[in-house]
Design a protein around this ligand. Structure first.
Ligand code: TMP
Length: 219
């Protein structure tokens, strides 16, 4: 593929969407075409699936297995209709969550077998793997404190995942770190507890080093 595929992962409140915007601005300023996407969602079908997954709009929560398949349906649509066509055109795709979220939330969080999830995921993605994954790591307490501040400002309420017990969030944080330990060449861990600008600088340096963007350009 001509473009690069970069995913942002991590627990709630880690600042993924802010960091994606910052990286997009950095790359665009260097003439690199960028597309921002998010999961679940990013297509019309995917956004409807997002509503079903987060807001109980179906009138009943999805069963744990249905939940896996809904995430994968959203992903399959996003990969086929948005991500692959963009990469083929040379556009860099920055995605807010991708399959490591399935392994962390549905694998480590809900307890599904990781190998089974990997098989299902490969079917959904057609084997597409991110060129680089930035894991914005944060202890659940810190993430939830940030989230509470944001939601109080917006007047919004926690979604189905945010309402999960603390133990669930501890498991998925540990899961993300274990995934990073297994694939150190693809997944880079960043301490998201640092100030926003420090995290943004680390993200720029990692991306520049990985894809050969001049070092002076990262300042
Ligand atoms: P967010 O985009 O606001 O972070 O919301 C997405 C929620 O869905 C978040 O709580 C993580 C969860 N999720 C999964 O459980 N599995 C997945 O595969 C993905 C992409 C997200």
């Amino acid at each position: 593929m001509k473009g690069k595929f970069i995913t942002f992962e991590g627990p709630e409140g880690g600042g993924k969407s802010t960091q994606i915007k910052e990286l997009a601005a950095f790359l665009e300023a260097r003439g690199i075409p960028v597309l921002q996407a998010r999961e679940p969602g990013g297509t019309r079908l995917g956004e409807r699936v997002r509503g079903l997954l987060q807001d109980d709009t179906a009138g009943e929560p999805p069963s744990p297995r249905a939940e896996v398949l809904l995430f994968l349906a959203s992903r399959a649509q996003l990969v086929a209709n948005v991500i692959v066509p963009a990469l083929e055109k040379g556009v860099w795709v920055l995605c807010d969550r991708f399959d490591d979220s399935t392994f962390a939330y549905q694998g480590y969080g809900r307890g599904f077998d990781l190998d089974a999830l990997r098989c299902l995921d490969a079917f959904a993605t057609g084997g597409l793997v991110p060129d680089l994954t930035l894991l914005l790591d944060l202890p659940p307490d810190v993430g939830f404190a940030r989230l509470a501040t944001r939601q109080a400002g917006e007047g919004s309420a926690p979604d189905r995942f945010e309402r999960e017990a603390r133990a669930f969030h501890e498991r998925l944080r540990a899961g993300f770190l274990e995934l990073a330990g297994r694939e150190p060449g693809r997944i880079a861990v960043i301490d998201a507890g640092q100030p926003r600008e420090t995290v943004a600088g680390t993200v720029r340096e990692m991306v520049a080093a990985r894809f050969g963007i001049g070092r002076e350009a990262t300042r």
